[in-house]
Write a protein that binds this ligand. Structure first.
Ligand SMILES: [Zn+2]
Length: 125
């Protein structure tokens, strides 16, 4: 393995045993694995759809769920690869702010908030 690259292995949950090789360092502490299904539509119209997506979210997405994996601290630093352990499922919600163009903000809301970082700053002023 080249310097600055490593392998990661997922343990538990839906992705148990999944491996990725030649991953660039440094590694994040958490990896959120999209389940590829989202809620989409308009909250005002009370008409929500469940949409499957592969990579790109549809423009009218509202929320989607992810499997969260957390990096385990290694006992032996020289051992190859890092293990990510399944921690549970989380919802990712869309920021509820409206942009100057009148469209819904495209960013994720912060955890335990209805706005993204940028809109939280503007609105709390
Ligand atoms: Zn926003």
């Amino acid at each position: 393995m080249a310097r600055g690259r490593t392998s990661i292995i997922f343990k538990g949950g839906e992705h148990n045993g999944l491996e990725y090789h030649d991953v660039a360092l440094p590694l994040p502490n958490r990896i959120r694995y999209s389940k590829g299904v989202c809620f989409a539509g308009s909250l005002e119209k009370d008409d929500i759809q469940i949409i499957k997506f592969s990579e790109k979210l549809p423009n009218n997405w509202i929320s989607y769920s992810v499997d969260v994996y957390v990096k385990e601290e290694k006992e032996n630093k020289r051992k190859l690869g890092s293990i990510y352990k399944y921690k549970g499922e989380e919802m990712v919600n869309r920021c509820e702010a409206t942009t100057q163009k009148g469209t819904l903000c495209k960013h994720n809301a912060l955890d335990n908030d209805i706005y993204c970082g940028a809109h939280k700053k503007i609105i709390s002023k």
